[in-house]
Write a protein that binds this ligand. Structure first.
Ligand SMILES: [Mn+2]
Length: 408
């Protein structure tokens, strides 16, 4: 009917609605939290209990990096040995800062008009979802429903394939068959080398550098604030030439498997964040040559994208966390719209799917710096401290000839 002339409403015959959102990166509150908006997110989720969705089955897919356990400290530190106790301690802080997110899921799952399910897909900021203890704790916080599902790294619903995308990113991919390992009698998260490097280097500067991490494009950030680039270079270089080799790890430590090439790759990614690596070829080939999957939905890159082949499609959702575009020579920080995906299905086959762009709510008072250049003083302080510590400690290891090259 008239319904079909509205491209964003479910067409006649729809018997399942998928809502796929990712990269919320809810933190422990305060200025380091990338998403101080759980009331807004709760309203967004609960809007799917309203018309035109009220009478339709809805699957909400939380497609990775929803709770930012990765960037949340535990007892003031960022250990690269993440045990269930550490993971639970991190989740506790996030839950305390975002009560409405958990109560909204509980409320959504209690909807009477039609079935509701909520799926957690694992990303690289919430790899802790692999721990049964974390799943139990999350389920309890969301009201204990069995219709809260933990999909692991990917989820297939009918002919729709959903995954976060970090498993196709060499820096953040983990061994899906062994997400948890045992070390000295403890269960440890089997972290990616990208995660270990970041935890060991820049993560403890999160309170000072969190806002800088939200600013795009990185090339403009480093052009207008070369001190930030210098600081990152110093931090990674010190880590590699000094900390990494100074008994920072035990010789049998599973976190110790870095090479200089890996560390350099992490820094390079910091500087460019190429959106080109976005569209994974394996998935495009699968969509091109097979007909089993008609729609793939990814996240992770924080850059919305749409690729199609006939009636088959790959949607890359953007992020929900706060990000800002640096424009006018640094004089303006313009909020980047948030972006997620919707798909309307009939008997498992997509009838229609699209990306939804939506402006976030205003930032809380004091969250946005008055100017981009307000971010400079803490960077200068950290740079001075880092250079001083480097001079105070003789380097333990001579770099190879090609290792002195510029990092970022
Ligand atoms: Mn990610």
């Amino acid at each position: 009917m008239g319904n079909d002339l509205r491209p964003h409403a479910p067409p006649a015959g729809t018997d399942q609605v998928l809502v796929v959102l990712s990269d919320v990166e809810m933190g422990a509150g305060g200025p380091a939290d990338d998403f101080p908006h759980s009331d807004w997110l709760a309203d967004l989720l609960l809007s799917y209990d309203e018309p035109p969705f009220a009478g339709l089955p809805v699957d909400i897919v939380l497609n990775g990096d929803i709770v930012d356990l990765f960037k949340t400290p535990f007892e003031g530190r960022y250990p690269h040995h993440v045990t269930p106790r550490v993971a639970l301690g991190k989740l506790e802080q996030i839950a305390a800062a975002h009560p409405r997110f958990f109560s909204a899921i509980q409320e959504l799952l209690a909807h009477r008009g039609a079935e509701r399910r909520v799926h957690f897909v694992t990303g690289n900021h919430d790899a802790e979802l692999a721990f049964p203890e974390i799943q139990t704790d999350l389920r309890r916080r969301c009201g204990g429903s069995e219709r809260l599902c933990f999909a692991g790294f990917e989820l297939d619903l009918g002919r729709v394939h959903v995954e976060h995308g970090s498993q196709r990113d060499p820096m953040f991919a983990v061994d899906a068959a062994r997400p948890i390992i045992e070390y000295r009698g403890e269960q440890l998260l089997n972290l990616s080398w990208g995660a270990v490097t970041l935890l060991d280097t820049v993560m403890e500067l999160q309170p000072q550098l969190a806002f800088l991490d939200r600013v795009m494009p990185k090339t403009a950030v480093f052009e207008l604030m070369p001190e930030a680039k210098e600081l990152l270079t110093e931090l990674f270089w010190n880590y590699w030439t000094r900390d990494y080799w100074r008994g920072f790890f035990g010789s049998d430590d599973p976190a110790r498997r870095l090479t200089w090439t890996m560390v350099k790759e992490v820094v390079w990614r910091f500087g460019t964040k190429e959106p080109d690596v976005a569209m994974d070829k394996t998935l495009r080939d699968r969509l091109t040559h097979g007909d089993d999957i008609m729609l793939c939905i990814l996240g992770h890159q924080h850059q919305p994208a749409w690729w199609s082949y006939g009636d088959r499609k790959l949607l890359q959702a953007g992020c929900l966390r706060n990000e800002y575009m640096l424009v006018d020579e640094g004089r303006e920080l313009r909020p980047i719209p948030k972006c997620y995906a919707e798909a309307y299905l009939r008997r498992g086959t997509p009838l229609r799917s699209h990306l939804v762009e939506i402006a976030g709510p205003p930032a809380p008072a004091g969250y946005l710096p008055e100017s981009f250049f307000d971010l400079l003083p803490p960077v200068l302080d950290l740079l001075t401290a880092t250079e001083r510590s480097r001079q105070a400690t003789p380097e333990q290891r001579e770099p190879d000839a090609d290792e002195g090259e510029e990092l970022v």
